[in-house]
Each structure stands twice: as C-alpha cells, then as structure tokens.
Design a protein around this ligand. Structure first.
Ligand code: UFG
Length: 337
C-alpha cells in the first residue's frame, strides 16, 4: 500500500498561527500547501510551500486543490478571530467560521481526506470557575467567536461518527510571541491583543489601557495563560503524527498551566525592552473572564508535547524582536497591519 501523502492543506496558513504551523510542517518533513483568502492573512507569511488564494467557502476550488496537490490531511486555521467583532457581527462569524467550515469538512470528506487538526480556543469554555481548566470542563461560550469554534468541534465529532474522519481540536489559550528565527510574527489589523499593544506603548505609541484593576485576582488585573506560537505550531505537527498513527479523535488544551496578570506582562515588557510602558487604567472590557489558565496535562500525555519556549521572557523577547524589525523588513500591509 502506498504511504499516505505528506502534503498538508493549511487553511488560514497566511495568518499568525497558521504561518508558524506551515513552517513547522516543512521542518518536520511535510509539504504545506497554504489555502488562504488573504483578507486577514499576509502573502509575505507564506514561505514554506505554495499558496492557493481561495476561500474555504469555495467547494470547487477546495476540491480541485485537494486533488491537484494530493492532500493527505488538513490543518484548519481559517477563521475570523476577534471576540469583540463577533459580539457585534455574529452573522459574519457564523457565516465565516461555521458555514464555510462545514463546506470544508464536506469537501474534504468527499475527497477522501481522513484527518483534520482544528484550531479551537479556550473561548469555548466561557468563564469557568475552576482553574486550571481541564478538557472535562463544560463548554459554555460567552461570545459568538467561542460558539462558532464549538460548533465546528461538534461537527468534527459527528463526521468521525458517520464517516471516520479523525480530528484533534486544539484549544489554545493566549497565543503570543514571534518566530525564534525572526522570519514571521504577529501582524493583526486592527491589533487588539495585549502584548503587541504594550510594545506599541513602549515605542512611544498610545499608552496601553489596562482593562480593569478591580478583578478578584492578586493584583486586580486579568490573568491569562500565554503560550508561544512556536509551541502551538509544534503541537499541530504532533497532532498530525498522532492522527496518522491512528490516534482517536480528541480535543486538547494548549497552554502552559501558568498564568500572568496584565500588570505582570507590562513589567515583563519593561524588563526585556528596558523601556517604561506608559499606561492608564480603564474600565473592564465586556466579556473578559478574570482568569483563564490551562491544565495542559492531556496534551502532554497524548501528544508527548510540552511547551519549550513559552516562558514569559522568551515570549516577550521574540515578540519584541519581531515587532521592532517587521516595519524595517517591509512586512507592512497597505491596511497598516
Ligand atoms: N488587555 C488590556 N488592554 C488591552 C488589551 C488587552 O488590559 O489593550 C487585557 C485583556 O483585558 C485581557 C488580557 O489583556 O485580560 C489579554 O487580552 P487579549 O485581547 O490579548 O487576549 P484575550 O484573552 O482577550 O483573547 C484571547 C484570544 C482570543 C480568545 C480568547 C479566549 O486572542 O482569540 O483569548 O479568552 F478567544
């Protein structure tokens, strides 16, 4: 029997996490084929294989791409991922993240693709009271973004039951940091994430607004579990190995198990950059849970994965390097990303 194709379709592979996963795939002996509509991704981030510019809602192009490239498995990242935008435009999120993902699943199944690694999120848990969060926690999203990711997790479950398509849903906590070789990194437009906004403030941009100092946490600011994007990429490749070796479908938390408050992040950026971070205290941001920290032990056991570069200093140092150099390198979109 011929061995299964090592060519992997990476939907959303021009985005932040998808591009790091494409690089890791190539380093691990796979051939990534990036499939991205470039509405939020960047052509410059596609460096480790061909780019097909297309939408996951386009069944014909998807089917052609899967056949033409002899795709053996899919890493599915393509999605909209702003929590705030999902609250004001749920229709956009259900259309993009659910309806189009269903087109992808159906097309992949009809084309004979057996394995899918899905980019899910801790936002599927909502605001759990027991920390750290295990996969046994009930999933009760508190925003449409988390709900759309949960819908796709459920669809994957039923595809496995009916058609034997196996999948790993990876529930990321807070993705952060930049490629350790400085080749790619975070470039959202608009940027809403804490660490890049803190870098902007350190560079003399707008002071960072700390959203709430009256949470029931040790210093009153929200706590998150920051996980380096390269560790996330590594987990995707390990999840792919696992599925190719007939591992059953599962869902796994990807975090470190260690939380940092907003104030601790500011202190860490000041220490790494040697610059003060101008800041102001602002109102709580609606929908922010006080603390989200992963229990990553199931991913540790199932994939033999553990974070290698997610200590806060490496996250901040690699993110800062990228943030400072990317403009000089011309990695700037007309949109300002
Ligand atoms: N924060 C600020 N000021 C800012 C931006 C953020 O104080 O200007 C705080 C937030 O309140 C939060 C923390 O910094 O406590 C981290 O905020 P991010 O926006 O960087 O990340 P989130 O935790 O809101 O979001 C992340 C992912 C989402 C995912 C969510 C799950 O980016 O995709 O975790 O909770 F859905």
């Amino acid at each position: 029997m011929p061995s299964p194709s090592k060519t992997v379709l990476v939907t959303g592979g021009a985005g932040y996490i998808g591009s790091h996963a494409a690089k890791m795939l190539a380093k691990s002996g796979y051939e990534p084929v990036v499939y991205d509509n470039l509405t939020r991704g960047h052509e410059w981030a596609v460096r480790w294989g061909p780019l097909v510019v297309g939408d996951i809602g386009d069944a014909d192009l998807l089917a052609h791409t899967i056949k033409h490239h002899n795709i053996g498995a899919i890493l599915h990242f393509a999605a909209l991922a702003y929590v705030g935008e999902s609250v004001t435009n749920p229709e956009l999120y259900f259309e993009n993240n659910v309806v189009k993902s269903l087109t992808l699943l159906k097309t992949a199944w009809q084309a004979g693709v057996k394995h899918i690694v899905f980019s899910s999120t801790c936002a599927t848990y909502g605001s759990p009271e027991i920390l750290p969060i295990t996969e046994r926690e009930r999933q009760r999203p508190i925003n449409p973004y988390g709900e759309t990711k949960l819908c796709v997790e459920r669809a994957l479950h039923w595809y496995d039951m009916a058609h034997g398509t196996t999948s790993v849903a990876l529930r990321y906590f807070n993705a952060a940091g930049g490629d350790l070789d400085g080749e790619i990194g975070e470039a959202h437009s608009p940027e809403t994430h804490l660490i890049p906004l803190v870098f902007d403030a350190a560079q003399g941009g707008k002071p960072i607004a700390i959203f709430g100092t009256d949470y029931d946490t040790p210093d009153g600011t929200c706590i998150r579990d920051y996980i380096h994007v390269t560790d996330l990429a590594d987990a995707h490749v390990k999840a792919l190995h696992y599925l190719r070796e007939d591992g059953p479908s599962t869902a796994l938390n990807l975090g470190t198990g260690q939380g940092y408050s907003v104030k601790e992040i500011l202190a860490s950026v000041e220490a790494v950059t040697g610059r003060p971070v101008p800041h102001r205290i602002a109102e709580r941001r609606p929908g922010d849970p006080p603390s989200l920290v992963a229990d990553p032990s199931l991913a540790n056991e199932t994939l033999r994965w553990k974070p290698e570069c997610s200590d806060i200093e490496t996250i901040v140092r690699s993110g800062w390097h990228w943030h400072r150099t990317r403009n000089a390198a011309g990695h700037v979109d007309p949109t300002g990303a």
